[in-house]
Design a protein. Structure first.
Length: 95
């Protein structure tokens, strides 16, 4: 009978799975896309922070993302989804 082994080590020996670089790239792409979908909301939240160095850094980081979100209309996509869900909730009958 085959002894129980670490499935990660077994897959690595067989050449299956993903490298850490590919995994990190996928995670980075996910967060960039999520940031673009939420660019305007992030900018709004950062502008509500108390004044200081941390706020200045956050504003400097979020401002270009909010601009790109607005230019690519990805922020509008998020708004459209929120409006659609709100309409569906209002159209649903109350039990």
């Amino acid at each position: 009978m085959k002894e129980m082994s670490d499935i990660g080590a077994e897959r690595r020996q067989q050449g299956h799975g993903q490298t850490i670089i590919r995994t990190a790239a996928a995670v980075l792409c996910f967060y960039v896309f999520a940031g673009l979908l939420n660019g305007e909301a992030l900018r709004h939240d950062v502008e509500l922070m108390p004044y200081g160095g941390r706020r200045d850094v956050c504003v400097a980081l979020v401002k270009p993302m909010a601009w790109l979100s607005r230019v690519t209309y990805l922020g509008s996509f998020r708004s459209w989804i929120e409006k659609s869900v709100r309409k569906a909730d209002m159209a649903a009958p109350n039990p």
